[in-house]
Design a protein around this ligand. Structure first.
Ligand SMILES: Cc1cc2nc3c(=O)[nH]c(=O)nc-3n(C[C@H](O)[C@H](O)[C@H](O)COP(=O)(O)O)c2cc1C
Length: 195
C-alpha cells in the first residue's frame, strides 16, 4: 500500500507540513510506503497554466494516480484551504481520487476556522470521487511546538486526534486489496520531487 503526503502550504517552514511529516513518520512505523509531494516545490508556471505535462507536475500527478491513500495538508487561508493546494487539485482529473482513501489535515491561526476543512476542502475531495474521506485533523499553530531536539511536539488533544487518524487510515488500508504484481509502484520515486 502506498501513501502520498500532499503538502499545500507555500511557506518553507510550514506548520501543516511539519504535522504532515509527523503523520508520515507514524504511517511508516506501521509499515506503510510513504512518499511526499510539496506543491510549492513544483513548477509555479506549470501550476498556474494547468500544464500537466511539465516534468515535476507530471511526476507528482503520477504519484497521486498510483497511491492508495493521500494525506492532504493545508494551512487555513481566508477561511478556506490554500490556493496552492487548489492549483494542484485542479490538475488532477475529475475522478482523480477514485478508489483512494483521503485524510485531510489543516493548521490555522485560531479555532475560528476549524470547520474550514469540512465545509471547503471535503466537498472538493468528494467531487473527485475519493473512496473514503476520513475525519479531518485540525490544529492551531500554538498546538504545535518544538522539542529541545527540534522535533514536533503536539498538544494533548492533537496527539490523540493524530493517533486516531493514523490508526484509522492504517486499518482502512488493510481493507484495500493489494495491487497486482505487474502494476508499477512508482510513488516511492517521489521522496524528493524536484522543483
Ligand atoms: C494569507 C493568510 C491567510 C490566513 N487566513 C487565516 C484564516 O482565515 N483563519 C485562520 O485561522 N488562520 C489564518 N491564517 C493563519 C494560518 O492558517 C496559520 O498560521 C497556519 O498555521 C499556517 O500554516 P503553514 O505554516 O503550514 O502555512 C492565515 C495566514 C496567511 C498567511
Amino acid at each position: 500500500m502506498s501513501v502520498i503526503l500532499l503538502g499545500g502550504s507555500p511557506a518553507p517552514h510550514s506548520s501543516s507540513s511539519r504535522l504532515l511529516q509527523h503523520i508520515g513518520e507514524r504511517l511508516a512505523l506501521h509499515g506503510q510506503r510513504v512518499s511526499r509531494i510539496e506543491v510549492r516545490d513544483l513548477s509555479a508556471s506549470a501550476l498556474l497554466s494547468l500544464d500537466a505535462d511539465e516534468a515535476s507536475v507530471a511526476r507528482a500527478l503520477a504519484g497521486v494516480r498510483q497511491a492508495d491513500a493521500i494525506v492532504v495538508a493545508t494551512p487555513v487561508y481566508k477561511a478556506a484551504y490554500s490556493g496552492l493546494l487548489k492549483a494542484f487539485l485542479d490538475l488532477l482529473p475529475q475522478d482523480g481520487l477514485a478508489g483512494k482513501l483521503v485524510l485531510p489535515l489543516a493548521t490555522g491561526g485560531s479555532q475560528s476556522h476549524m470547520l474550514a476543512l469540512d465545509y471547503a476542502l471535503r466537498p472538493v475531495l468528494a467531487s473527485m470521487s475519493a473512496r473514503f474521506i476520513l475525519p479531518s485533523i485540525y490544529a492551531t499553530s500554538d498546538q504545535l511546538g518544538r522539542s529541545a531536539e527540534g522535533g514536533l511536539t503536539l498538544a494533548a488533544p492533537i496527539a490523540v486526534r493524530v493517533a486516531q487518524g493514523v490508526e484509522q487510515l492504517v486499518s482502512e488500508l488493510r481493507l484495500v486489496a493489494p495491487r497486482p504484481v505487474s502494476e508499477p509502484a512508482s510513488a516511492k520515486d517521489l521522496h524528493a520531487v524536484p522543483a
